[in-house]
Design a protein around this ligand. Structure first.
Ligand SMILES: *Cc1c(COP(=O)(O)O)cnc(C)c1O
Length: 396
């Protein structure tokens, strides 16, 4: 059965009423027939039918044994870290999501969990950095915002050989494009706020486990710590998932066209997009992803924050905002927004220059989006004294 059919029909029809949409069970508790005898639900932190429907759907989507829905992507990451003990070490991809960096460094380090960061775009670096204390490898592929790609299958083998878990934050690719468990990962997390939800209208996270043994541990942590996803938000994520593969396909087609357009602009320095043959790990992305996704980053030949600020302020269709993965296109300036808390030197080392701009390409028509970028470039450069750019613009 094809993916799209599978996704749509993984959403259950309500057994009680036949409702074709999953009902929102807005209840805190469930009446028991006699003490301890119930219909599988006793208290809604432990289990809720709407949340359970979502959890079963994401487990199927990622080919895992179980899924667990949390109040945010960060709560999902937090649950995975709680599998560890004091003295254990996490080996994480170096340009990790800022919120995960903050959680690992500023919350878990003081509880005795050590964190090491590594450039995982070469699997050999991971093999070299691993130690007997490493209990968890943390990957994102593609990463944010420079779209680095790691070879998940190769790193899963390294994890297995060293008896440690591999967790992949699959937010950027989404399961419509990439299935880390099939490539050997033990755990997958998502910020469902992004592509799974898909409409910029909720905050949610999920964990998917490969084995039921790991699933039981995550379930225990979910219930014991309580940061569960509410029934209404669970319903919204399910509704988002119905169109996930259609959306990701279109996001990716639009992004490919925009990345190629940006590459043709003389005043642009780097264009980061895994779908470009110039991307250093394009061959790996091609192997492990069905689509290359909707996120692009680029920077300017003259690395001027002021011009970049003008560019992100003068778009009409691309809205200036953090976050990604929704139907409306977004634009942001990481050095002033998502990556502001990272020291400038460290930021520059990881490619987040002062003029680096990130796009979350939405579902508008690609021609309109390209026109929007052209007009913002013209406005931004005409306001600027640098004649250099105006000359370059003539080549647009
Ligand atoms: C947004 C995001 C998160 C955090 O998710 P929230 O839902 O905002 O808590 C984690 N990882 C990645 C890659 C993200 O983009």
């Amino acid at each position: 059965m094809q993916e799209q059919t599978k996704i749509i029909h993984s959403i259950p029809v309500d057994e009680l009423t036949g409702a074709i949409a999953v009902p929102i069970y807005q209840t805190s508790t469930f009446v028991q027939e006699s003490p301890g005898v119930n219909k599988g639900f006793d208290y809604a932190r432990s289990n809720n039918p709407t949340r359970k429907a979502l959890e079963d759907i994401v487990a199927k989507l990622e080919n895992g044994s179980g899924g667990y829905a949390f109040a945010s992507g960060l709560a999902a990451i937090d649950a995975v870290v709680k599998l560890l003990e004091s003295g254990d070490e996490i080996l994480a991809v170096d340009d990790i999501y800022g919120g995960a960096f903050r959680l690992f460094t500023h919350i878990y380090q003081k509880f005795g969990i050590k964190i090491k960061y590594v450039d995982a775009s070469d699997a050999a670096n991971v093999a070299e950095a691993i130690s007997p204390k490493t209990k968890l490898i943390w990957l994102e592929s593609p990463t944010n915002p420079t779209l680095k790609i790691s070879d998940i299958e190769a790193i899963a083998k390294i994890a297995k050989a060293n008896n440690c878990l591999l967790c992949v934050d699959n937010t950027f690719a989404s399961p419509a494009s990439q299935k880390p468990i099939d490539l050997g990962a033990d755990l997958v997390i998502h910020s469902a706020t992004k592509y799974l939800g898909g409409h910029s209208d909720l905050i949610a996270g999920v964990v998917i486990t490969k084995t039921s043994e790991l699933g039981e541990k995550i379930k225990f942590i979910q219930n014991a710590t309580g940061s569960i996803l509410a029934p209404f938000d669970s319903f919204l994520v399910i509704r988002g998932i119905e169109t996930l593969s259609l959306r990701v396909k279109q996001h990716s087609e639009n992004a490919q066209r925009i990345a190629e357009f940006l590459q043709s602009c003389d005043f642009i320095n780097n264009v980061y997009y895994p779908g470009l043959s110039t991307h250093p790990n394009h061959h790996i992305a091609k192997q492990q992803q069905k689509y290359f996704g909707g996120i692009i980053a680029f920077d300017l030949k003259i690395d001027e924050k002021e011009i970049a600020k003008q560019i992100v302020s003068k778009t009409k269709l691309f809205k200036l905002a953090e976050s990604l993965g929704g139907v409306k296109s977004l634009i942001c300036l990481p050095c002033e927004m998502t990556h502001k808390s990272i020291p400038a030197e460290k930021r520059h080392q990881s490619g987040v220059t002062d003029s680096l701009i990130r796009l979350s390409v939405g579902l508008e028509d690609a021609d309109d989006l390209i026109e929007d970028l052209k007009q913002t470039f013209e406005l931004a450069f005409s306001n600027h004294e640098q004649k250099y750019f105006i000359d370059l613009l003539k080549n647009l």
